[in-house]
Design a binder for this molecule. Sequence first.
Ligand SMILES: [Cu+2]
Length: 175
Amino acid sequence: MRLPALLLALLTAGACAAPTTAVAPTPTPQIGVRLSGGGEFSAKDPLAIVYNTKLVPEGAKASVTVESADGQTRSSFVAEGLLPNRAYGVHLHANPCGSKPDDSGPHFQHTHGTVNASNEVWLDIKTDGSGAATSTARQPWALSPDRVPHSLVIHEKATAPDGTAGGRVACLTLK
Ligand SMILES: [Cu+2]
């Protein structure tokens, strides 16, 4: 007598229970990072500031986007109104632009201390006959939202293997 009653109770309970969906472990979604900056360079705008108007003449413009997710970081840079047929070094730097060229701080580095185009983000350009240029870079690592580059700096010369590129001629702050 007791066993069928117990079975019935169990079956009834099972039938009445809300359907249970298997709770699969949700993979932690990777938080993407997107940064951008740009504008027409002027002497006082910290979002697009010029330090050397001989190499970055009045009217020069530039913009940059940095997108990072899934273990990769892709950056693209476009400039116009620079001197024609000329190389400029371009890097992402650690700090925002300021009124002084050095305000943007050192190069942004993925791993502290290693200077190369894989651990840093170099976006060197060679302008065409009209002073326009584009460049892209792809890094095999993602940015962490709590530690990102805060500026792009244009330098007077192409980047040497040791990361130097001469003086800082203009700067875009990244947001
Ligand atoms: Cu630099």
